[in-house]
Design a binder for this molecule. Structure first.
Ligand SMILES: [Zn+2]
Ligand SMILES: [Zn+2]
Length: 655
């Protein structure tokens, strides 16, 4: 078995050394934000010390069960045994909910032990040491007695830890416990240290967590950090090699998991940031033993969100990513980035947030040299496969990238439209995975702004960028996704003109006849001059169609329009006519699912379908929009769009 030779850790020295602790004290004396953060830490440590340590005698349950079974809304904890849905008001008791609260307590205790260890070092106050000892030694006493089962109570399952029912949570927690142990180890006796290592840290890392391997994956990054820290604490060079240098170790994750454009390969901002949080404990610990696991790609993981962000530093929920990421809420790891790379753009992000939290205190430079983020240029992420067209007011994305693994959505060539200071046409994102609606709606094609064929979901696939022409009056991106539906050729071109005008051309063709649905969801109140009539509900038996409520439909051979009014702004849609078009409207779940969003499906049954659309973001009053399109030779379409008095003619590529 290959091993990694490293000098035994001099505690504390796993993540912070005595020198670092002195620097933190200096920072607390010198800057107000560090003092405020220190005060938070001490308040938290005092709370744990006065409350007393109560380690639950049973293991925690899967947090994705903590949602209302009726409507999928995340529950609020009223007490250890009462769990209320904020949407429908129903209160749940018993399992699995009670044990999710237990899970949260285990997690909080691990974190508390770190805070207490830091508070002890920064103040010298023995009471913090005593409370941290109670937690670390308390868990060492119990660790091997928690049953090794998964969320369904199954032993010998693929997943399942001892304190938690997932190896992911076991890893999240073990990282904190290793760090806490490192902070208090000099004050433990030799036999106490052996007890912690042999009865908890080592079996947790080498037996419980190591038994599973998820290859290149965000969860493997958490598992690597947990195994790596445990290995360094316990002096196990073989386990350290596995966590850092094996083909799924830290170095491989950095090399293979981060795409060339800086996106984490799962192409979800939620998991991008989650992976950042997973990587740093071991990259920092590796630094302490003289391994600089920091290739240029590692920094690009921090650069990519700043290049991608929508106005307001918002990152949309591509794939499983909740309702998206508000960058200022998730930028704590940029404190470490600033300490390591001193990039003024990273500092610019931190300058606009309240610098608080453990990472700011432990790693953040006392003073920042910031540069403002520049997020008004169009940009293409060739590996993650997202083209972003934008100007000062409007932004539209075209998603053509790889599927994104288990957290991917069948949303190829989907678009997100932002304008008038809000996301108008969103990607629905994801909700808690334990709720059936997650698979039934959020992971379908019809919940996305793309095209579905024969009312079925797209196949997981990667699309291909055909054109990316930023920085002109008409900024253009085109892509294909011919593998989304085998036997169907699928092209989409988006063009962003000035004044909030987006042209959208979807072209599909096949040797066989199909049902092609152009799908578009937008926030606001829906209206259309079409003579819509009620349809019997639901309009489909599955693949998300069953969740479209209040369906109405109209047939039209001619050009048609629709509108979404959202307060002082909205979106007008104009589509060129084609014989036999059926327009279906209704509402579908948004995020949270209780917020319904009006949608349209433009349906054509034929071998080929062309959907030529203008989407116009307006402020104050809705303009008249007219659209026409004609071939301009074999390689181009000439598109004319009239928005009120504003008339434009644009040539779009023809494939
Ligand atoms: Zn509910
Ligand atoms: Zn999605």
């Amino acid at each position: 078995m290959p091993t990694l030779d490293f000098k035994p850790i001099q505690h504390p020295g796993l993540i912070l050394t005595p020198h670092d602790l002195d620097a933190i004290k200096q920072k607390v004396r010198a800057s107000a934000w560090a003092k405020a953060t220190f005060d938070d830490l001490i308040a938290e440590a005092d709370r744990w010390t006065s409350e007393g340590v109560r380690i639950p005698d049973r293991k925690g349950q899967w947090m994705h069960f903590y949602a209302c079974p009726e409507d999928g809304t995340h529950l609020r904890t009223i007490s250890d045994t009462e769990h209320r849905c904020p949407a429908c008001g129903k209160t749940y008791t018993g399992e699995p909910y009670d044990s999710v609260v237990i899970r949260n307590r285990h997690m909080a205790l691990g974190d508390a032990a770190v805070d207490l260890g830091l508070a002890y070092h920064l103040t010298g106050d023995q009471k913090y040491l005593q409370t941290a000892r109670q937690i670390v030694l308390g868990y060492a006493d119990r660790y091997l007695s928690y049953p090794l089962v998964d969320k369904d109570g199954k032993a010998n399952a693929n997943d399942g830890g001892r304190v938690f029912c997932t190896l992911l949570n076991e890893s999240n927690w073990l990282i904190a416990v290793c760090w806490a142990y490192d902070l208090i180890a000099p004050d433990l006796s030799t036999s106490e240290r052996r007890h912690v290592c042999e009865d908890m840290l080592h079996p947790a890392g080498a037996q419980v967590i190591r038994r599973r391997n998820l290859k290149i994956h965000n969860i493997q990054c958490w598992m690597n950090s947990a195994m790596g820290l445990a290995a360094l604490c316990c002096g196990d060079g073989e386990l350290a090699h596995h966590a850092i240098r094996s083909e799924t170790g830290l170095e491989a994750q950095l090399e293979k998991g981060i795409l060339s454009d800086g996106l984490w390969w799962e192409c979800s901002w939620g998991y991008h940031f989650y992976t950042m949080s997973a990587l740093w404990p071991l990259t920092e610990a590796a630094r302490q033993i003289g391994l600089e696991a920091s290739p240029p790609r590692y920094k690009s993981l921090y650069d990519a969100p700043l290049r991608f962000a929508f106005p307001g530093l918002y990152l949309p929920p591509l794939n499983d990513s909740g309702s998206g990421v508000h960058l200022p809420d998730r930028c704590e790891t940029y404190e470490i980035a600033c300490a390591r790379w001193r990039d003024p753009r990273h500092a610019g992000l931190l300058q606009n947030v309240e610098r608080r939290g453990r990472l700011a205190l432990c790693f953040g430079p006392p003073d920042l040299a910031p540069a403002p983020p520049d997020t008004t240029e169009s940009v293409n992420f060739p590996a993650g496969g997202v083209a972003i067209l934008r100007d000062q007011t409007t932004l539209v994305t075209l998603d053509y990238g790889p599927h994104g693994g288990g957290h991917g959505h069948p949303d190829k060539l989907g678009l997100i439209l932002y304008g008038a200071g809000r996301v108008m046409a969103p990607d629905p994102g994801s909700i808690q995975y334990g709720v059936p609606l997650h698979l039934e709606w959020f992971k379908t094609t019809v919940s996305h702004n793309t095209v579905s064929v024969d009312m079925s979901p797209q196949k997981p696939c990667a699309g291909k960028l055909l054109t990316f022409r930023p920085g002109r009056d008409a900024q253009i991106a085109s892509a294909s996704a011919d593998d989304a539906y085998p036997g169907v050729r699928f092209r989409r071109t988006l063009a962003l003109l000035t004044n909030g005008i987006v042209l959208d051309l979807c072209e599909l063709s096949s040797d066989e006849e199909h049902v092609y649905d152009y799908i578009y969801h937008n926030r606001g109140a829906f209206s259309s001059p079409l003579p819509l009539r009620d349809l019997s509900s639901p309009i489909g038996a599955g693949h998300g169609y069953q969740h479209i409520r209040g369906p109405r439909s109209a047939r039209t051979d001619g050009d048609w329009t629709a509108r979404w009014d959202d307060g002082d702004a909205g979106v007008c849609l104009a589509m060129t006519g084609a014989p036999g078009t059926e327009v279906i409207t209704g509402i579908g779940p948004g995020n949270p699912p209780s917020e319904m969003l009006p949608l349209i499906l433009a349906r054509r049954r034929d071998r080929a379908a062309q959907f030529a659309v203008a989407l116009v973001v307006y402020k104050n009053s809705a303009p008249d929009v007219q659209l026409s399109l004609e071939a301009s030779g074999a390689k181009a379409w000439r598109v004319r769009v009239q928005v009120g008095d504003d008339s434009r003619t644009v040539e779009l590529p023809r494939y």
